[in-house]
Design a protein. Structure first.
Length: 378
């Protein structure tokens, strides 16, 4: 089986930085290749859609339009809250031949949003990663994703899409949309690896798709030598409001690992320094065995687009042999309230490549320790 199925990485890098890995293809090129191969269906689940004339998302949207014109059914589930922020692209989407769109409102049912970013082509291969369907995600933000044709992963993402497509219209969950469980043997650049789909929130998972949070905690608790985590931010806030008890399921796993002698490295974006997120970051940095750095991507010389110039990738590596890559930041909301997806991974060559990405970010001239708390801050 390991010779039949594959997994590969795709990256987006902010223009004008030295964060590019030439061994990892650009996400935009991967997306175009996958969309161009579609013959029957393209199922997309995205937080929102935000193009900009002349930028990198335009060819992707054109390729989707061309797919629809040749008879491919192109269906999109987007988040209902952000559909109000970016309504025009969704309206334009619905006007194209063979395109349909539904807005999923998870606020009422789970208290969160549709935050997953993935698509499935012809039920035979899939892509998931940190990139939103946003022109900035392809040119001004550091992002990382995975392309795979592993059947259980593809079937699991199709099951999630089918459930969310139905839920967005108030329809009953489809019968028989169950994902085959367990890791699948694949090849990464010719080397053996395994891949397994995980997702959240637990309350909205189709049959056969495991909840990601317990798997992440178990992976960190099983670490013997090194843990590396990166995401946009971390938060230990359990509920909105002053005096709320902290949520520390995953950050406490980092602290436990550091206390038993494991080297723990946590990297976040400078967006994660404000308010309670900054407090959680400084608390974690004070734990024995835990090192924390903040990556501040410099402004672009020609312009500085809003909501960009950050490291938005979300992945974990453990002991150089196991990993997770997904769409969740380290916050309760992403695991308990919002739709997110990820992959549990093993394989020396694959994890080594992820470790290489982490090292490049960690060692970048834009990365440094978190600043001290402001004067007078408790």
């Amino acid at each position: 089986m390991s010779g039949r199925y594959t997994v590969s990485l795709a990256e987006s890098v902010p223009r004008g930085t030295a964060l590019d890995d030439p061994q990892i293809p650009a996400a935009a090129a991967v997306w175009l290749d996958m969309i161009g191969s579609a013959r029957r269906t393209i199922h997309l689940e995205q937080f929102y859609v935000s193009p900009e004339p002349g930028e990198a998302l335009d060819p992707v949207l054109d390729a989707l339009a061309a797919a629809g014109a040749r008879g491919v059914a192109v269906d999109l589930v987007a988040d209902a809250k952000f559909a109000k922020v970016y309504p025009a692209p969704l309206a334009a989407w619905a006007e194209r031949p063979a395109h349909r769109v539904r807005a999923l409102d998870l606020q009422a049912t789970a208290g969160g949003v549709q935050h997953a970013k993935f698509f499935v082509v012809d039920g035979r291969e899939a892509y998931l990663g940190s990139q939103n369907f946003d022109w900035r995600a392809l040119t001004h933000i550091h992002e990382l994703g995975i392309r795979t044709d592993a059947p259980p992963v593809v079937a699991g993402l199709e099951a999630i899409f089918a459930h969310d497509w139905a839920r967005a219209a108030g329809e009953p969950a489809p019968a028989g949309a169950a994902a085959p469980p367990g890791p699948t043997a694949v090849l990464f650049e010719g080397s053996p690896a395994t891949v397994e789909l995980v997702a959240s929130p637990e309350s909205l998972l189709p049959p056969g798709v495991p909840w990601d949070l317990p798997r992440l905690v178990a992976a960190v608790d099983g670490a013997a030598s090194r843990v590396r985590w990166t995401s946009l931010s971390i938060s230990e806030v359990a509920e909105a409001g002053e005096g709320a008890a902290p949520w520390t399921q995953l950050t406490d796993a980092f602290r436990r690992a550091g206390a038993r002698g494991v080297s723990v490295e946590v990297l976040v974006s400078h967006w994660g320094l404000k308010g309670p997120k900054g407090d959680a970051l400084r608390s974690l940095a004070a734990a024995p065995g835990v090192a924390v750095r903040v990556l501040t991507v410099p402004p672009f010389s020609e312009a500085d687009p809003p909501f960009s110039r950050v490291n938005h990738a979300k992945f974990l590596t453990v002991d150089g042999s196991a990993a997770w890559l997904g769409t969740s930041n380290l916050s309760l909301d992403y695991f308990f309230r919002s739709r997110n997806v990820g992959l549990m991974l093993t394989g020396g060559a694959l994890v080594a490549r992820l470790d290489g990405v982490f090292t490049r970010l960690w060692s970048a001239p834009y990365a440094g320790p978190p600043p001290a708390a402001p004067a007078g801050h408790p």
